[in-house]
Design a protein around this ligand. Structure first.
Ligand code: GRF
Length: 187
């Protein structure tokens, strides 16, 4: 199977990056992680790129050359899919135009509910009965594009923020790879 080349954008821990790298070792998984980009030089997740000999680049998103530099590198590595995995920056219109329907994001709530930050706090405050995660295409609005996959669980009365985080992130480890498979099945 010829695999598509993917780039993962991170800002922090990188557990989704680590998981996607593992999954990409499966013969049938449609992508290889060819590149990792971080906007944060202290992102823990960079270690997964290093450990797996995957090229990685760190760029300051505040630089006026950011888009130019990143777009050049993506082109150089022939990247076909961009996976945002805990990437804490907004993707510019310029970027979205170049990679139409090729940028996906994972979000720790059942979108369209609880877009943005501090999802677990808000989920508890709103006394939701269930929550989960969403993988969606990225558009110009935050946490807004077409949904590819969602996974949910029922919230227990004694669940605290840390429990929601644990359960949500566990679901993410299936949701992200399944979304990637779904994309290449339907395209
Ligand atoms: C995930 O929960 C994801 O949904 C959110 O940020 C977190 C990133 O975790 N966007 P990690 O860096 O992949 O461990």
């Amino acid at each position: 199977m010829v695999k598509h080349k993917a780039c993962v954008f991170i800002s922090g821990k990188g557990s989704n990056l680590e998981n996607l790298i593992k999954k990409s070792r499966d013969y049938n998984f449609p992508i290889n992680i060819s590149l990792v980009i971080s906007n944060n030089k202290k992102a823990e997740g960079i270690k997964f790129a290093k450990m797996n000999f995957i090229p990685f680049f760190i760029f300051n998103e505040k630089s006026r050359f950011f888009d130019y530099q990143v777009l050049n590198i993506l082109k150089y590595y022939n990247v076909n899919l961009i996976c945002l995995a805990g990437y804490m920056c907004i993707i510019s219109k310029n970027f979205l135009r170049r990679y139409k329907k090729k940028i996906i994001n994972i979000h720790p709530s059942l979108l369209p509910k609880f877009k943005g930050l501090n999802t677990y706090t808000r989920v508890l405050k709103e006394k939701e009965k269930k929550t989960g995660c969403t993988v969606h295409y990225v558009n110009e609005k935050i946490d807004d594009g077409k949904i590819i996959i969602q996974k949910s669980f029922i919230i227990n009365s004694n669940d605290r923020e840390k429990d929601l985080k644990l359960k949500t992130q566990k679901l993410e480890k299936n949701a992200f790879p399944e979304a990637v498979i779904k994309i290449y099945k339907t395209n």
